[in-house]
Design a protein around this ligand. Structure first.
Ligand code: GDP
Length: 300
């Protein structure tokens, strides 16, 4: 994964230096922690996350588990791995399906974050697993958003509920509500509702998303965030958490050449799990997110 290339290299270098030492002194530990801290900050990980992370690593690295270890350097790597899994959310979190279908999944995020693409990816993935999803086009902000969702739906081989001319055009809350009703009537077991974003966080958009949430009472609200967004990740994620609240995070564009900071900050900052990763423009470039696998990739 291109995103973490530089961070991985930096951490590998740090650990290589550590391996040449036998027992580790407090100064060795401090030096290592300092290098990890710099590497994370250079990867655009949020400062508050870096502080918490390095604090825990340092405390554990100075403790018994390292001083008594047969191979102290290896033990430090193990600690860093475990703490990375922690900031990435710990356990893998799967979608929660409603006891009484349909399961309603609402997507939220900035414009260009990758919501519409994700709607198609998620629908295709669910259909492959035996579900009968339908997409609802409640993004009425961008002129071609409805058409784009229809294209994505056709690619995924799933139907799309879109506002009919004269009925609900301009009222995304009504479209979302009608779409869910339609899905119930047609016995779809999952409804994925695409909503509008703006280029930046904006009060009107946030209110619209909050109104849609209230109207359809979704089982999951997935906040889609572009992994390339860098230091803006924290403010954006917090704004969406306050404005709409979400149950899980989807990281998009993890295939990009960004530094990956958003990926490493957002779960820890919001306390919400990263549930999926989007890794390209094709509908198959999508996978459930596993914190432990991601940590291993970073430390590979
Ligand atoms: P929305 O405005 O949030 O609905 O975002 P879109 O789904 O329209 O995505 C914006 C752009 O990003 C489109 O050109 C997508 O093809 C592209 N895109 C979406 N997800 C990914 C991804 O995971 N990787 C890459 N490289 N591009 C993506």
């Amino acid at each position: 994964m291109a995103t973490f290339g530089n961070l991985s290299d930096r951490l590998a270098e740090t650990f290589k230096n550590l391996r040449t030492k036998g027992k580790l002194s407090a100064a060795d530990v401090d030096g290592t922690v300092r290098e990890i801290r710099r590497a994370l900050l250079d990867a655009d990980v949020a400062l508050e996350v870096v502080k918490e992370f390095t604090g825990k690593v340092r405390e554990r690295a100075l403790g018994d588990e390292v001083s008594k270890a047969l191979n102290p350097a290896q033990q430090v790597v193990k600690i860093v791995n475990e703490e990375l899994v922690e900031i990435l959310g710990g356990q893998q979190r799967r979608l929660e399906f409603a006891k009484k279908p349909p399961t309603i999944i609402m997507l939220a995020g900035l414009q260009g974050a990758g919501k519409t693409t994700l709607a198609g990816k998620l629908a295709k993935w669910l259909a492959k697993d035996g579900h009968t999803p339908i997409l609802v086009a409640a993004d009425l902000q961008r002129p071609n958003a409805v058409t784009q969702l229809e294209v994505v739906g056709a690619q995924a081989g799933v139907p799309v509920y879109a506002p009919e001319p004269g009925n609900g055009v301009g009222n995304p809350v009504k479209v979302a509500r009608d779409g869910v009703k339609y899905a119930q009537q047609k016995m779809h077991d999952v409804v994925i509702v695409d909503t509008a974003g703006r280029l930046g966080v904006d009060a009107e958009m946030m209110k619209q998303a909050a109104d849609i949430r209230k109207a359809i009472d979704p089982d999951e609200v997935l906040f889609v965030i572009d992994a390339m967004i860098g230091q803006d990740a924290v403010a954006t994620a917090k704004a969406f958490q306050d404005g709409v609240d979400f149950t899980g995070v989807v990281l998009s564009k993890l295939d990009g050449d960004a530094r990956g900071g958003a990926a490493l900050s957002v779960a820890s900052i919001t306390g919400r799990p990263i549930m999926f990763a989007s890794t390209g423009e094709s509908l198959d470039d999508f996978e459930p997110f596993h914190p432990d696998r991601m940590a291993s990739r970073i430390l590979d």
